[in-house]
Design a binder for this molecule. Structure first.
Ligand code: KIV
Length: 264
């Protein structure tokens, strides 16, 4: 795989070439994913649930993400690697400066943070200092207690308009990528069309510029609640490498996500 950069991702959006992304936490899976053409590897704080066995992502630390970022980078030298900033590690801009340092030094190309307006000065300050930023709107799991559960976001016109405005503000502040999680297809399409930066969806329909899944959901090994937007590709293919190949092919051809994985 040729080296993936923000410029490559930007060009993919312009050319309508769908971006594929998966969470990754170790070198072996990172290598397999990169070999099969997955462009973006995300060291998600979902590792708190799928690796550490917690009920939510809140216990994850910057050190946890840094450790797994180093592992993923070792396995996939040319992939585009995004490291999640965990809960309360960017509550202030100064705190964000301290938190991004070990993540970028571990090999991340970009950091991802959850939220809208309160983050604008932080996004601007990070990008001005050379740290690329990915925003994350919609069902932002670090706010699960505020939302009262893992629920679809942006259903009312007021919420939808606010999310579109926040997406535009994040882009204006310097964000170079945006994740939209668990929102209605129409809203995801509106935001994707309104932004010049690539938009990666999870539970946001097939109209975004790319897709991301938690690898354990794709392989059908997540325990407990399985979100409607995920799909077990291993069940269909019976072999891990083929499952990843099928995911990439289905995202590229827009056959995943289908209507049954999306919210109206
Ligand atoms: O932590 C994570 O894995 C994520 C994805 C679900 C987008 O943020």
């Amino acid at each position: 795989m040729a080296k993936i950069t923000t410029a490559v991702l930007q060009k993919m959006k312009q050319q309508g070439d769908k971006i594929t992304s998966l969470t990754a936490y170790d070198a072996s899976f990172a290598k397999l994913f990169a070999d099969e053409g997955v462009e973006v590897l995300l060291i998600g704080d979902s590792l708190g649930m799928v690796l550490q066995g917690h009920g939510d992502t809140l216990p994850v630390t910057v050190q946890d993400i840094a450790y797994h970022t180093r592992c993923v980078r070792a396995g996939a030298p040319d992939a585009f690697v995004i490291a999640d900033l965990p809960f309360m590690s960017y509550a202030s801009t100064e705190q964000a400066f301290a938190s991004v340092t070990p993540l970028m030094q571990a090999g991340a190309n970009m950091v991802k943070l959850e939220g809208g307006d309160f983050l604008l000065p932080t996004v601007q300050a990070l990008t001005e200092r050379g740290v690329p930023v990915c925003g994350h709107l919609g069902l932002t799991p670090q706010s699960v207690h505020l939302f009262g559960g893992y629920k679809v976001q942006g259903r009312s016109n007021k919420q939808a308009d606010a999310m579109l405005r926040q997406a535009q503000a994040l882009q204006a502040a310097g964000a170079q990528l945006l994740v939209l999680e668990c929102i209605p297809v129409e809203l995801a399409n509106r935001i994707t069309a309104a932004l010049s930066i690539p938009v990666i969806g999870i539970g946001a329909g097939a109209g975004t510029d790319g897709q991301v899944l938690v690898m354990h959901d794709l392989l059908g090994i997540s325990s407990g609640y399985i979100p409607k937007f995920s799909k077990n590709f291993l069940q269909q293919t019976g072999e891990i490498r083929s499952a990843i190949r099928q995911y990439v092919a289905d995202v590229k051809s827009q056959s995943f996500p289908a209507a049954e994985h999306s919210f109206q």
